[in-house]
Design a protein around this ligand. Structure first.
Ligand code: FES
Length: 191
């Protein structure tokens, strides 16, 4: 009886040497009409990688646009124009609550911009004109006109902001606070 070959398979060639049919083993032929599986997997991974890069770039653009620009900060509410030099009498203290500092005009006529934050634990320190000193309401630290400690527990003098005098106008840069251990005459700005 003659065996009929299965549908779709080539009948064995009787003239071929024995074992030739068995030697043709290996990965199955790819299905018609599409790339082989390994190529499809590669294309899928490449597509995923590109999509991931696009998402990362989008996040970066959004985060970058929300970050404050140095340029913007430098021009926005950082420099406080205190006023003309003659506005401030020698040995006077003028509060600038929005700038969080006191403008001190020393007895000799120089200027200091003293932070109102106590160097002990950060309470706001009011100026007492009766006592002629800053007195912290929290733990009793006291500071003289220059912001130097005259009564502990504050460990060091009140911080300073940079003072500039341009065209006889006093300006205070509140962008950077300068820590100091004690008062030094070189900290004073002169008109
Ligand atoms: S916070 Fe000013 S003395 Fe303690």
């Amino acid at each position: 009886m003659t065996r009929r070959p299965k549908r779709g398979r080539k009948p064995p060639d009787p003239s071929a040497p024995a074992g030739a049919d068995r030697a043709r083993t290996g990965p199955p032929d790819p299905p018609e009409g599409g790339p082989p599986p390994s190529r499809r997997a590669f294309l899928w991974k490449a597509w995923l990688g590109l999509a991931g890069l696009a998402v990362i770039e989008l996040i970066w653009v959004v985060v970058d646009s929300l970050r404050p620009r140095r340029r913007d900060v430098a021009t926005a509410d950082v420099v406080v124009v205190a006023g003309p030099v003659d506005h401030f009498a020698p040995a006077s203290v003028t509060a600038f609550p929005a700038g969080r500092f006191y403008l001190v005009r020393t007895e000799e006529g120089g200027f200091l911009a003293v932070s109102r934050a106590c160097t002990h634990l950060g309470c706001t320190v009011p100026w007492s004109s009766e006592e002629y000193r800053f007195v912290c309401p929290c733990h009793g630290s006291a500071f003289d006109l220059h912001g130097d400690v005259v009564n502990p527990p504050a460990p060091r003098a009140l911080d300073l902001f940079e003072v500039r005098i341009e065209n006889h106008i006093v300006k205070v840069n509140t962008a950077n606070v300068r820590r100091r251990r004690a008062f030094d005459p070189q900290q004073v700005t002169w008109a």
